[in-house]
Design a protein around this ligand. Structure first.
Ligand SMILES: *[C@@H]1O[C@H](CO)[C@@H](O)[C@H](O)[C@H]1NC(C)=O
Ligand SMILES: *[C@@H]1O[C@H](CO)[C@@H](O)[C@H](O)[C@H]1NC(C)=O
Length: 555
């Protein structure tokens, strides 16, 4: 969609402190317009080492809250009678004059007598959560973010390279969010300085410039290699997606609008993908997967709204392209094991898209290993779109391949600094989709500037010298994603997690190391006593604050 909110945004202020290399470092919390953010500079950024459990009865909890907890930790043991309380973040109040203290106390008394908010916070709700490791579901592929041209531009403009290293580690290191997936545009996308592709020269059917990386990809690849190096990510799975072919291959000879790939170029467009795979591999970034193209309906139905690079496909034309060109080209090449994702569009196109493809070319969807979907309309189009799809085409890898907030006319397009509500929106949709059987989730831009750019879409962004970016902010959304990704490595299997009432939302996994990781989300305005019952380990009670999200780990 045509606007996006990254999780990180960039600012221009300078702070400094000393950061250690491989130990936990707390968030440097700062008040922002809509809540609290964590500030990272070249010299300071928050990290959390992954827990090491010392015995089999130990449990360990990572917590974030609206009030200001950001990956704070609590641990105790199963089987003890006492309830453990996760203390919420408390604002440090500066020392005040005695008469001010008295009047503040009076205010509090009046407030607690009359306001619903503070009355609710004095209520404790309770829930029992039962985890059953014998009831298993999908095996996870992982979590990630996207490396667009806008990201490359911003990182290039960091004043010190250490800031970029912190950005990479914050997402992809184990002491960061432990991401392992990444989406990369093939050529340009909506988040770039301009539309672009390889082979732009009219009639370049030999793809003669594809024996080396475009300069924009030279920069991107160098950054991703640095990311791999400093984060230590072990098995980075990169998924490529093209937004559009060069205009001369298209029916409307433009980057955007009502335009499709001309039939006579189907084979060349398949070759283009193969050439890109080879280029990336030769330059040290082997590719894990590609999709059949970003949001194919943008060039068919939505061209009045979409002002960025797009190329239209119907299910019928895509079936022909996949079955007669792209599929055989890939499967008969040295890249035959690449994962092929279909659709890469909105949920409401599921499963009709695949049924229509298969009707046009029988068994064409057998070429697809996975189905990719963008999250933007999940609140409007219900779970049945996904359930019918998994019924129709089981055994496909299901991933959310794009998510951000700000795509709709009624949403603020610029990032809302510190918004906990947006973090909750993420948490709710992650929970929903993971419980529907999704194997992975790739968020959109890993960072953006404070205006939600740069991009060329609204023509509002002016190139300028920005080599003064000295800090970035981790939004609450960053931590919300981390509560799912950090302790749920590739290969984890979802297990049953059943809460006794609606006060808690949860999803749980059995990890490859046989430990259990569970996400616990209290979206209510009251604190919550959670009795966790594990079929093997027994139980314990923990009290968590209002508006908080947690990741639990135990053996
Ligand atoms: C508050 O009152 C106490 C007792 O009279 C006094 O010792 C203290 O210094 C006062 N604090 C301030 C900030 O004025
Ligand atoms: C796709 O089409 C073929 C041929 O009509 C059919 O046998 C197959 O079951 C279809 N696949 C699915 C998943 O419906």
């Amino acid at each position: 969609m045509f606007a996006s909110r990254g999780v990180l945004v960039l600012g221009l202020l300078l702070l400094s402190a000393i950061g250690g290399r491989s130990e936990s470092i707390p968030c440097k919390l700062r008040d922002a317009s809509h809540g609290k953010v964590c500030v990272c500079t070249a010299d300071y950024c928050d990290y959390l080492e992954n827990p090491v459990l010392t015995d089999e009865n130990e449990w360990y909890l990572i917590s974030s809250s609206k009030q200001g907890l950001r990956f704070s930790t609590t641990s105790d043991k199963f089987g003890t009678e006492k309830k453990v309380t996760v203390q919420d973040y408390v604002e440090q109040v500066p020392e005040a004059a005695n008469e001010t203290i008295v009047s503040r106390l009076l205010d509090d008394v009046v407030a607690s007598a009359f306001t619903l908010e503070s009355r609710e916070s004095s209520i404790t709700r309770s829930v029992t959560l039962r985890l059953d490791r014998t009831k298993t579901h999908q095996k996870m592929v992982g979590f990630g973010g996207s490396y667009t041209g806008s990201v490359t531009y911003l990182v290039d403009n960091f004043k010190k390279s250490e800031l970029g290293d912190h950005l990479y580690k914050s997402y992809y290191a184990e002491q960061g969010l432990g991401f392992n997936l990444m989406r990369v545009p093939i050529g340009g996308c909506d988040f770039d300085l301009e539309p672009w592709s390889y082979a732009e020269e009219e009639g370049n059917t030999l793809l003669s410039d594809m024996d080396e990386l475009d300069e924009r990809d030279v920069a991107r690849v160098a950054q991703i290699r640095r990311l791999v190096e400093v984060s230590g990510v072990k098995n980075l799975l990169v998924k490529g997606t093209a937004w559009s072919a060069p205009p001369w291959m298209k029916t409307n000879n433009r980057w955007t609008g009502f335009g499709r790939l001309k039939k006579q170029y189907y084979q060349i467009w398949a070759d283009y993908h193969l050439r890109w795979l080879k280029l990336m591999e030769d330059n040290g970034i082997p590719i894990w997967a590609i999709s059949t193209g970003n949001e194919p309906l943008n060039g068919i139905f939505f061209m009045f709204f979409v002002k960025f690079m797009s190329m239209g496909w119907t299910p019928q034309t895509q079936a022909v392209f996949l079955n007669d060109y792209l599929g055989p080209a890939i499967r008969n090449s040295e890249f035959k094991d690449i994962i092929l994702f279909g659709n890469d569009d909105q949920r409401f196109t599921f499963p009709t898209w695949f049924k229509m493809m298969n009707r046009t070319r029988p068994n064409s969807i057998d070429y697809l290993d996975g189905l990719a979907v963008h999250w933007y309309w999940d609140e409007i189009f219900g779970s049945s779109f996904i359930e019918q799809t998994t019924e129709y085409a089981p055994d496909k890898i299901l991933i959310v391949s794009e998510s951000c907030i700000g795509d709709k006319p009624w949403q603020a397009a610029a990032p809302l600094l510190g918004s906990w509500e947006r973090a909750e929106k993420y948490a709710r949709d992650y929970l929903l989709n993971l419980k529907l059987g999704f194997h992975g989730w790739i968020d959109w831009n890993i960072c953006l500037d404070e205006g939600g750019g740069p991009n060329y879409v609204d023509n509002m962004w002016m190139p300028q010298s920005l080599s003064i970016l000295q800090e970035f902010y981790k939004q609450p959304m960053f931590y919300a994603m981390g509560h799912f990704s950090k302790l749920v490595p590739e290969g984890s299997v979802r297990i049953d997690a059943v809460p006794s009432n609606v006060n808690l939302d949860s999803v749980a996994f059995l990890r490859p190391d046989n430990k259990i990781a569970a996400v616990l989300f209290n979206s209510g305005r009251a604190d919550l006593d959670i009795t966790l019952v594990d079929s093997v380990r027994g139980q314990f009670v923990v009290n968590v604050p209002a508006k908080s999200i947690h990741t639990l780990l135990y053996s």
